[in-house]
Design a protein around this ligand. Structure first.
Ligand SMILES: [Zn+2]
Length: 406
């Protein structure tokens, strides 16, 4: 029996052992792959507050002999249970950053394997510390606005934020910094002419860049919408013959409205304008003021949500502000039409032009650049410019934008 056991040891176990030693020695002397260490739960260039909490993971092909962690070059001592000498591990790593200065920092992990070559890898994780909680205020305590006008919301925050939006009635408006690096965020809210007057609450939601801690704030402000008595117009009628003529040469108004919907979504997330808007012609007289109540056989009763301005026929019409040409075409009702996008979903529309100046869709043009000539194309009874200003596709009184610098 003993003899048999000895034989097994000699012929089976011993060769296996020798083989194992040989292969271990071979891999000890020849292993040349640098260790692969991952940090799970810490996003490169992410923002963190108070505490870092992540996992150091290894799935290496040779056991790790040494693991060193540095914050901005300074070594962080690991606890005993975090000292590992295996190929595979997944150890939690928590680090208090409440006392660490705000701004950019670098976490560095150095891993050395236990082979003869002492293969070493150094991986750097840049990240940001932001221990400041969000604070913000509406720069105006209460907003008073007439029907058909625009609210300019401004919110002052104590730092740059990732997201800030305002909810008013059914809609949400994203806010953007007033200028590069500004902590004042703004948005423009159009008030429909038909919006019932009364008091409403406006809610703003703010969130910073911090990933690991919920650091959001909600602000409230009151909005008072005042009633406007829009004037009534009588006797507006387009001659039958002109209507037929326009149908032959124009595109449907639906195409224009669909294009506007699309362009609102694509509008630049910053103002392309500065200062006041300007009346785009030498105004002789206002033919139809903003909001006039009109009744026509084609459209029934509706509000004229633009200003019709008179000047000499075929006089120059210019851009009322810097912007991008997004529409330049002929449509049934609006005739020869130019639409400019001024950024943040603010558009100006120029209808009934006689013809176009040398502008093309996609051109960036300056305030005062000519866009066409005063005409009466489309549904127009005489030479005039129908000038419209839309905020997020809601027509509002453009004259407010002339008197006030938004
Ligand atoms: Zn008009």
């Amino acid at each position: 029996m003993l003899k048999k056991l000895k034989r097994i040891l000699f012929f089976i176990v011993l060769p296996v052992f020798v083989l194992w030693v040989a292969s271990s020695l071979f891999s000890y002397f020849t292993h040349s792959v640098v260790p692969e260490i991952r940090l799970v739960g810490l996003q490169k260039d992410g923002y963190y507050a108070k505490k870092l909490s992540c996992n150091i993971k290894s799935d290496n092909s040779y056991k790790i002999a040494k693991l060193n962690i540095f914050l901005d070059g300074k070594k962080i001592e690991l606890r005993n249970d975090q000292v590992v000498r295996t190929k595979k591990f997944n150890i939690p790593f928590k680090f208090d950053i409440s006392g660490v200065s705000n701004g950019k920092h670098i976490l560095e992990i150095e891993a050395v394997d236990g082979s003869y070559n002492r293969n070493k890898s150094v991986e750097k994780w840049p990240f940001y510390v932001d221990n400041i909680s969000v604070k913000a205020v509406f720069l105006q305590q209460e907003y008073k606005v007439d029907q058909g006008r625009t609210i300019h919301v401004r919110i002052q925050a104590n730092k740059q934020l990732e997201k800030i939006h305002v909810k008013f009635l059914e809609d949400t408006y994203n806010c953007y910094p007033e200028s590069n690096y500004s902590n004042v965020y703004e948005c423009f809210i159009p008030i429909e002419c038909e919006q019932n007057s009364g008091e409403y609450m406006m809610e703003s939601y703010l969130k910073d860049f911090v990933k690991n801690i919920k650091n959001d704030v909600t602000l409230l402000s009151k909005v008072v919408v005042n009633t406007v008595k829009f004037p009534k117009q009588h006797g507006f009628k387009i001659p039958e013959g002109k209507l037929e003529e326009e149908k032959e040469i124009s595109m449907s108004d639906k195409i224009l409205e669909e294009a506007l919907e699309k362009w609102v979504k694509d509008s630049p997330k910053k103002k392309l304008w500065r200062g006041h808007f300007e009346i785009p012609i030498n105004m002789k007289r206002i033919a139809t003021p903003f909001g006039e109540i009109r009744t026509t056989p084609e459209k029934g009763r509706y509000l004229h949500r633009a200003v019709d301005i008179l000047d000499s026929p075929k006089s120059v019409v210019w851009a009322s502000q810097d912007g991008k040409v997004i529409i330049r075409d002929r449509f049934l009702k609006s005739g020869n039409t130019v639409v400019l996008d001024h950024g943040l979903g603010v558009f100006t529309l120029y209808f009934h032009l006689d013809d176009f100046s040398n502008v093309e869709v996609g051109d960036f043009i300056k305030k005062g650049n000519p866009i066409g000539k005063l005409g009466m194309t489309g549904y127009a009874t005489g030479y005039h410019l129908h000038w419209e200003l839309r905020v997020k596709n809601v027509p509002v009184d453009p004259f407010q934008w002339i008197k006030k610098s938004f």
